[in-house]
Design a protein around this ligand. Structure first.
Ligand code: ADP
Ligand code: ZN
Ligand code: ZN
Length: 721
């Protein structure tokens, strides 16, 4: 009697789909099957094999084909995914779709993962010398001049190289050669200081068991050296290591360090890889060929058949939370996987999240600290600049400008931080106070002078810059406030002989530009960097001695209960860029609120004390992590549809449930990209109480007639409300 396959299909529905087994081949849990779906076919993952189906076996269709001989997803990954789908209320199919690279969701044989190395031929060298190839082809020839390169390395350096290879290989200009032996010279580790040794010993003593650790140490305190030592120990035991970083910008330098130090294959997984490369990297991890896997958020789904340790760097970073579709948190999922794998998980940060700090206090995580900075002479001194008393020049105070002047006069570098792109956040008419708003979001559009456009940072709508006021015809349209573009202009005018470099999403569209721009600064020449959050992380700039933080007041006044935590993290991270080498650093913080208690405490006592204070406030107010939230979001072109859905959803909550409910209410941005938005916030004292309600509620939401007229989503542990 044939069993029933319970299959996860990539559709946003909270159910599995039942099929009869295919005529030939085995379909076991964790393997892929091709099934008839709707009028077409779909690739799904077998989650379970059951004896019977609620629908009745006679009504089931057989699967068309089993795609794998053996499970593609092992038992641990299947269990962790089931946990994740249940916890973040994802559709099972969406959870599996996140776990499997796109290329493996096609009904095709698995790609070849054998080592692939390419070399320049003699004709290739002549073609390069003659300059007969341009663009991507030329780049690829150039990349192979020094030595043959593995496909993985080419993918990291030249994202489009395969297109070029398809032209050059048939022409005989490049060829596939036998794999180059791992020739990278292995560098030796520095002697670890006492705190580093203690941290390594604590984690190493738990290799082979589940235990979460929180490693608290500012940037430059030597956390990465601790990671490297632990990864080396895991490798020595024949195990694999997974290291997560919040963004790819941080990956290239880290991967270089891993390769040079460890001398084993390191695989990089992030969303900018081509789909083929992603699938190959994922499969190499699954085969055990990849010993160390470095990746961003989605790399938390990498199969780790021989896992030894999981590490999450910059664990406080919001980028670990996926904000659409399947709204998982990669840090939290890493902890869950470590438990399933029976290995330690190390979370590292200079500014740990309040959630992780609370877990240390509760005894669930073990706290480890690095206080000393091996490289630096002393921590930077932070000084508050009271903007109220000063005449500002494009938002820059005289105190700040003279500090910049002194620094560049000494031949040193300055970082001016402002977390806003563009020239000015508002374009205002001085006659009638009209301002340029996005009609689709009802929020001011940002003026971008270089592009001669007004751009809405919420929906990306673009409009030409008016020369006269559309409302009263006056010509006095003035930019209000400052973005990085305006600061760049003001600083260029003030310091005409010093190079001013702007680093934000606009100036670093290409993947490698960010690194190249910063590489150019690793020398001793004076320079001024103007930039956003992007500059807060990574990249040691030894000659950077002054950090000027221009305006963080938005964070002091926000209604979001996480704003204080984020502000403290940003200030500490940005300040940490000053004085990393032998030279002492200085930090200026410009504000209209010099007496704000959070700022005062942060500067007087540091992040740890400020974080404990913020935690105490959260405890009093019963906010996360002392309560547990889920947010129902809805949006539609008509406000009435949003309201109707949220009211119906509210009414559908089970009678007598123990949760606090806030709303229905408009979202913090009630209109975005032309859609009205609203929300309903649920809060419970315990996770289990919250989840018990959510599970039942979620399926009733799908059945609500009003749900068909809105886009809605449920977000568990939302990070921005
Ligand atoms: P983090 O990851 O906390 O930012 P890193 O591990 O990158 O810190 O260390 C910062 C710098 O100090 C790096 O250049 C690193 O090589 C160096 N470093 C770290 N630990 C030591 C040590 N014990 N002895 C000498 N140099 C060290
Ligand atoms: Zn006007
Ligand atoms: Zn807009």
């Amino acid at each position: 009697m044939p069993a029933v396959l319970r299959v996860a299909l990539p559709v946003p529905l909270p159910s599995l789909f039942d099929y009869l087994p295919p005529a030939t081949g085995q379909a076991v849990p964790g393997s892929r099957v091709l099934v008839p779906f709707g009028r077409g076919k779909a690739v799904g993952v077998v989650v379970d094999v059951a004896a019977d189906s609620a629908i009745g076996k006679s009504r089931l269709k057989p699967a068309i084909q089993a795609l794998d001989d053996a499970p593609l997803l092992d038992a641990e990954l299947m269990r962790s995914l089931a946990w994740a789908a249940d916890y973040w209320l994802g559709a099972p199919g969406e959870a599996y779709a996140n776990a499997l690279p796109l290329a493996l969701r096609e009904p095709r044989p698995l790609p070849d993962t054998r080592d692939e190395t390419w070399a320049l031929t003699v004709s290739g060298q002549s073609a390069l010398d003659a300059g007969s190839r341009r663009g991507g082809s030329r780049d690829l020839l150039q990349a192979l001049v020094a030595m043959p390169l593995a496909a993985t390395e080419l993918s990291e350096r030249l994202p489009g190289w395969r297109t070029a290879a398809r032209r050059l290989a048939p022409a005989g200009l490049i060829e596939r050669v036998a794999a180059r032996s791992v020739a990278t010279t292995v560098t030796t580790a520095p002697a670890l200081n006492d705190e580093q040794q203690a941290a390594v010993a604590a984690v190493a003593s738990m290799l082979g068991q589940f235990q979460p650790f929180l490693l608290d140490g500012v940037t430059g305190s030597g956390k990465t050296e601790v990671y490297l030592a632990l990864i080396a120990q895991a490798l020595a035991q024949g195990r694999q290591a997974l290291l997560l970083v919040p963004e790819i910008g941080l990956a290239p330098q880290t991967v270089r360090r891993l390769r040079e130090r460890l001398g084993v294959p390191v695989e990089v997984l992030h969303s900018n890889l081509s789909e083929g490369d992603r699938a190959r990297a994922w499969l190499r991890a699954r085969n055990g060929e990849a010993r160390v896997i470095l990746g961003t958020r989605s790399a938390v789904f990498t199969p780790l058949p021989q896992a030894g340790i999981l590490i999450v760097d910059e664990e406080h970073d919001g980028a670990y939370k996926q904000q659409d579709g399947f709204r998982y948190h990669a840090r939290d999922l890493a902890v869950v996987r470590a438990r399933a794998l029976g290995v330690p998980v190390l979370l590292g940060s200079g500014t740990p999240s309040l959630e992780s700090l609370a877990n240390v206090v509760a005894g669930r995580y073990r706290g480890l600290h690095l206080r000393a900075r091996p490289g630096a002479v002393r921590p930077p001194q932070v000084q508050i600049v009271d903007m109220r008393a000063q005449r500002l020049e494009h938002g820059l105070s005289p105190t700040l400008l003279s500090a910049v002047a002194d620094t560049v006069a000494r031949g040193e570098q300055v970082l001016v931080f402002k977390n806003r792109r563009g020239y000015a956040p508002v374009l205002l008419c001085y006659q009638c106070s009209w301002h340029a708003d996005c009609p689709r979001c009802e929020r001011p559009m940002t003026l971008h002078v270089g592009r001669r456009q007004l751009i809405c940072h919420h929906c990306d709508r673009r409009a030409p810059v008016p020369t006269v006021c559309p409302s009263c015809g006056a010509t006095e349209l003035k930019p209000q406030g400052q973005g990085t573009e305006r600061l760049e202009e003001a600083l260029t005018t003030q310091f005409p002989t010093v190079p001013v470099l702007r680093i934000d999403r606009e100036t670093t569209r290409r993947r490698d530009t960010f690194e190249q721009l910063l590489d150019g600064l690793r020398n001793d020449a004076p320079a001024i960097l103007v930039g956003t959050q992007m500059l807060a992380k990574g990249h040691d700039l030894p000659n950077l001695t002054l950090v000027a933080i221009v305006g963080v007041d938005e964070g002091l006044l926000s209604v979001d209960f996480r704003a204080g935590e984020r502000l403290a993290q940003t200030v500490v991270q940005v300040a940490g860029r000053a004085g990393r080498a032998a030279k002492p650093g200085r930090v200026l913080l410009q504000t209209h609120h010099p007496d704000h208690p959070l700022l005062r405490q942060l500067l007087a006592q540091g992040y740890a004390a400020a974080a404990q204070e913020l935690l105490a406030e959260r405890r009093l107010a019963l906010l996360p992590p002392f309560s547990h939230q889920a947010l129902l979001r809805a949006e539609a072109h008509q406000r009435g549809h949003v309201d109707a859905f949220l009211h119906a959803a509210n009414a559908a909550l089970p009678a007598g449930h123990p949760l606090q409910v806030a709303g229905p209410m408009p979202a913090p941005m009630p209109l975005r990209a032309g859609r009205h938005r609203g929300q309903l916030l649920l809060e419970g004292d315990s996770r289990s109480a919250l989840h018990e309600v959510l599970r039942a509620w979620q399926s009733t939401l799908f059945a609500l007639p009003a749900a068909r007229r809105v886009r809605w989503s449920l977000d568990v542990d939302p990070v921005d409300l």
